[in-house]
Design a protein. Structure first.
Length: 243
């Protein structure tokens, strides 16, 4: 890419991608909260199941709530309700589906951004030949590095989410399955704690991604202002000599 073409591309990108990154400086925080809420649910169940004595299945309606398995104070917040003679609560199935979709989104987004940043390293190279940009090249490359760091972190977040779901998939979360574990090895609380830890760290990583993109905001402005100055200087008519 010729220096002038590279400068034009940067002017375009600093206009539109700066706005785009404003969105991605906040959207990971929303997903982090979503993960933290899922983590709190798992911890709440683990805290209860680690000490409660499992009850025998209650006779009568299969829609009776399980007195031993449910944390009453959490039902209104999460909707998760263990019922007698029923399978895994529908809300937990929905939670798993939602988190799988989230993991897929972060894998796709991370891989796309990795490819885009590889291209950005190359497209920025011709700008090294312009002395007028010398003192702001660090700003431009820091933007690229922040985005690339975020891209790889997105992929790690997806892996953490999927592994937490792998853990949950090892468990029979029907009322009968949970009671069987609590009457025997009582390993389910430990599994839930481990899954929640992975979700917590994934949430922390998303917070880091948001901070990386927020850090780009001023750098985009500084870079844009200098690129504008250079572009105006290059487009100004060349003074002619007068006899």
């Amino acid at each position: 890419m010729e220096p002038n073409a590279a400068l034009e591309a940067i002017l375009n990108m600093s206009k539109f991608h700066r706005e785009h990154e404003k969105f991605y400086a906040k959207s990971p925080l929303k997903d982090a909260i979503r993960l933290q809420e899922a983590s709190v649910l798992l911890k709440t169940l683990a805290d209860r199941w680690i000490h409660v004595e499992p009850a025998a299945a209650s006779q009568g309606s299969p829609y009776r709530g399980c007195e031993d398995l449910n944390e009453k104070g959490d039902i209104a917040h999460t909707g998760v309700l263990f019922l007698e003679a029923e399978g895994e609560p529908n809300e937990i199935r929905q939670l798993k589906r939602g988190l799988r979709g989230l993991a897929d989104d972060y894998t796709e987004g991370g891989e796309y951004l990795v490819r885009a940043m590889e291209s950005s390293w190359e497209s920025a190279k011709p700008l090294l030949e312009n002395p007028a940009l010398a003192d702001v090249l660090g700003e431009r490359h820091r933007i690229i590095m922040n985005d690339e760091h975020a891209a790889h972190t997105y992929i790690m977040v997806a892996r953490q989410i999927r592994r937490s779901l792998d853990i949950l998939d090892c468990l029979d979360l029907s009322s009968g399955g949970v009671r069987k574990d609590l009457a025997g090895l009582r390993s389910y609380p430990a599994y839930l704690y481990s899954a929640s830890e992975l979700m917590d760290h994934a949430a922390d990583n998303l917070g880091e991604c948001a901070a990386l993109l927020q850090d780009n905001e001023k750098r985009w402005r500084v870079w844009r202002e200098r690129a504008d100055q250079v572009a105006r200087r290059m487009s100004a008519p060349t003074p002619t000599a007068h006899s």
